[in-house]
Design a protein around this ligand. Structure first.
Ligand SMILES: Cc1ncc(COP(=O)(O)O)c(C=O)c1O
Length: 394
């Protein structure tokens, strides 16, 4: 059942396991000393398999958006042609960062709730006259819509249509929760954030770059100082950071990675998949229509439409009073959808607990649901996802 009060079911920041909370409360240490050097080395090495890279990772003390900004300013120059593939509010943000720094951005804007189509991306690249786009911006998991892009297929389309184009990926809310193979997929820069799958507080952005990505930094001319990834890489090689890091969050990511190591990547990915399946089945059984194209439903956050006629404010108030915290819609989806996060330390018990609360409040407010069915549907879907139960024939 729910281990934390409240049951924080927003797509980050996520609830922290007790040992991670304790880690964040530890005494400060010298960030130029051997204890910090050993810790940052552990974190850097521990993260690489989740990125799917043997290349270098940089740890920045900033929000995930700072990591996206670092990706842009380190490999691009003002005037560079950039293709911003957006499937929601975070894709829009990534493109906006690039144009803010003077990139010449063309956007492919996909209807919200849908994933990007590799063929459309391929066609956009093919339509660009030589020398082609300098970079493509992709979102792995679009947190605002609950859609997970087919990132391997999208990267393959870019590689095929325009081999020299850099691929920059926002995986702030995906990495660590689902498989990712940056090297194998030919991706150049990947960004993630400590408050998502890593079971830690907000405060760190992690950016990995391919060899080609690191090389691009030598010729890129966008202005950068704090976010210059080369200075971070240089300092990391000496077990340090160029500036004073968010030490308490590094403690937490270190502990989060230790917990993840004990669980094992395959089990972590299966747990996220099972929790996502439970969330989708539970919400559907409660009569909520899911927002995302089911073929690309996110494994870290599920979005559902607010049904017509439902007083969302009253509904959400009753949910909160029972200790369940959901996220609303962002940007143009404000008031139209709600989102249930299932990433990081999430357990199936917490998802069943959330579905139970939604069921209770639905019954209280007279929504047409049958007591007990939603939690049962969620549980069944999770067991099917884990291969414990065979799927029921339709
Ligand atoms: C996909 C995605 N990109 C970027 C961000 C921005 O991260 P931050 O709020 O830490 O700046 C988020 C945060 O939710 C996100 O989900």
């Amino acid at each position: 059942m729910n281990r934390f009060e409240p049951n924080l079911r927003i797509p980050g920041p996520t609830g922290l396991p007790p040992s991670v909370r304790e880690a964040g409360g530890r005494q400060m240490i010298n960030h130029r000393g051997p204890e910090f050097a050993a810790m940052i080395e552990r974190v850097l090495v521990g993260m690489k398999p989740y990125f799917g890279t043997t290349s270098d990772v940089a740890i920045l003390s900033c929000a995930g958006t700072g990591g996206l900004e670092a990706a842009v300013v380190n490999v691009l120059s003002p005037g560079d042609r950039v293709l911003g593939v957006s499937i929601g509010s975070f894709g829009d943000r990534f493109a906006k960062i690039a144009s803010t720094y003077g990139a010449d951005v063309t956007k492919v804007s996909v209807e919200w709730g849908h994933a990007a189509d590799p063929d459309e991306v391929r066609a956009a690249l093919a339509a660009e006259p030589a020398p082609g786009y300098r970079a493509v911006l992709l979102t792995h998991n679009e947190t605002s819509t609950g859609v997970m892009n087919p990132i391997a297929a999208l990267a393959a389309a870019v590689r095929e249509a325009s081999p020299d184009t850099l691929i920059l990926v926002d995986s702030v809310s995906g990495l660590g929760a689902v498989p990712f193979e940056m090297d194998a997929w030919g991706i150049d820069l990947v960004v993630t954030g400590s408050q998502k799958a890593w079971m830690a507080a907000p405060g760190l952005a992690m950016v990995a770059a391919s060899e080609r990505g690191w090389a691009a930094m030598e010729t890129a001319t966008m202005p950068r100082f704090y976010l210059d990834l080369r200075s971070h890489r240089e300092a990391h090689a000496k077990g340090q950071t160029p500036f004073t890091p968010a030490i308490a969050v590094v403690y937490q990511v270190d502990e989060g990675l230790a917990l993840m190591g004990r669980e094992g990547a395959a089990a972590i990915f299966a747990r996220h998949e099972a929790c996502a399946a439970a969330a989708r089945a539970g919400l559907t059984a409660l009569g909520f229509e899911l927002f995302a194209d089911p073929r690309f439903a996110s494994r870290t956050v599920t979005a559902a439409n607010v049904p017509e006629g439902l007083d969302w404010k009253a509904f959400n108030g009753a949910i909160k009073a029972r200790g369940l915290v959901l996220a609303g819609g962002q940007g143009k989806l404000t008031g139209l959808i709600f989102r249930l996060g299932h990433l990081g330390s999430v357990t199936l018990g917490e998802i069943l607990d959330a579905i139970g609360v939604l069921e209770e409040v639905s019954l209280e407010l007279g929504r047409p649901v049958q007591a007990g069915t939603a939690v049962a549907a969620a549980q069944r879907a999770a067991l099917e996802s884990l291969g414990v139960l065979a799927p029921v024939e339709a």
